[in-house]
Design a protein around this ligand. Structure first.
Ligand code: T3D
Length: 261
């Protein structure tokens, strides 16, 4: 008997789409899903064909967090489990030197909410929602939610969302800065692909350095940020992409950042 893969992978026009594929459970995460997703992200990072990664969910959910059916009888402590599964996943997303889009097609709950927030760009469908559901089962928000959410909405709003586990819908998510765009359900997957292709045409090396600088700046002083910008600007300025951008500007044509330098 062959079972369905927990992660579906497809590449189109430089965009690798990784789809969480446990739709009957709203893509609740088991270890196989988490470890496979991390491995797929690492592989996408190494693959020169891939310029942008999209993470989305099959069916009506994005990710309902930890599969609660998988917890009892586990031979790991919570700490060990987080360090083995969720934490490497979130670190891989933030550390990848390619843009990662989280395409939130439906409910994102618990660690699924953290995953939804972890993308460089967060695109939501009209029926998407986010719930910091952890307190419903008397757990602490994990997988980065305590880091992402207060930076987006401030301490007090973050605490309230976590304490009351209230559902945030797309309009509130836009207002609060939890997502960049909301698209209708019917055209969501096409809109995500179009957006990702737009991003894929941008200078990949420079975007990777930009991501590195922004991630570092979230935890640095202005002086440290200025120093890192100066260092990374040298790497960007020495790269063929920069020459292509300047040449294209002078020639009054669109730059071609997809060609190999
Ligand atoms: O290392 C560690 O273990 C610690 C890490 C923790 C990380 C976490 O993520 S803790 C939080 C775990 N997640 C939850 O507590 C969420 C539980 N689910 C819900 O609260 C609700 O399902 C939703 C709000 C997400 C969606 O509600 P609704 O009404 O749209 O759907 P539903 O009917 O509740 O769920 C549909 C099916 O998915 C249902 O199965 P059934 O009855 O049709 O066979 C339901 O049991 C299943 N499902 C949903 N979430 C989970 C799940 N099955 C297993 N685990 C889930 N998390």
């Amino acid at each position: 008997m062959t079972s369905e893969p927990v992660i579906l992978s497809r590449t189109q026009a430089g965009v690798r789409t990784l789809t969480l594929n446990r739709p009957d459970k709203l893509n609740a995460a088991n270890d196989a899903l988490l470890l496979t997703l991390t491995g797929e992200l690492e592989a996408a990072g190494r693959d020169p064909e891939v310029r942008v990664v999209v993470i989305t969910g099959a069916g009506r959910g994005f990710c309902a967090g930890q599969d609660l059916g998988d917890v009892s009888g586990r031979d790991m402590t919570f700490t060990e489990h987080l360090n083995h599964t969720y934490n490497p996943l979130i670190r891989t997303i933030r550390g990848l030197d390619k843009p990662v889009i989280t395409a939130v097609n439906g409910v994102a709950a618990g660690a699924g909410a953290s995953l939804a927030l972890s993308g460089d760009i967060r695109l939501w469908a009209g029926s998407a929602s986010l719930i910091e559901v952890f307190s419903n089962i008397a757990l602490v928000p994990d997988s980065g939610s305590t880091w992402f959410l207060p930076r987006l909405v401030g301490y007090h709003r973050a605490f309230e969302l976590m304490a009351l586990a209230e559902k945030v819908g797309p309009q509130d998510a836009l207002r609060l800065g939890l997502c960049e765009h909301v698209y209708p359900d019917e055209s969501f997957r096409e809109e995500v692909q179009q957006y990702a292709e737009r991003l894929a045409a941008r200078p990949l090396h420079a975007l990777g350095l930009t991501k590195r600088a922004l991630n570092a700046a979230l935890n640095s002083t202005l002086d440290q940020a200025l120093d890192l910008e100066a260092e990374l600007q040298q790497l960007a300025g020495d790269h063929w992409e920069h020459e292509e951008g300047v040449t294209a500007f002078g020639a009054r044509r669109a730059p071609d950042f997809r060609r190999e330098g």
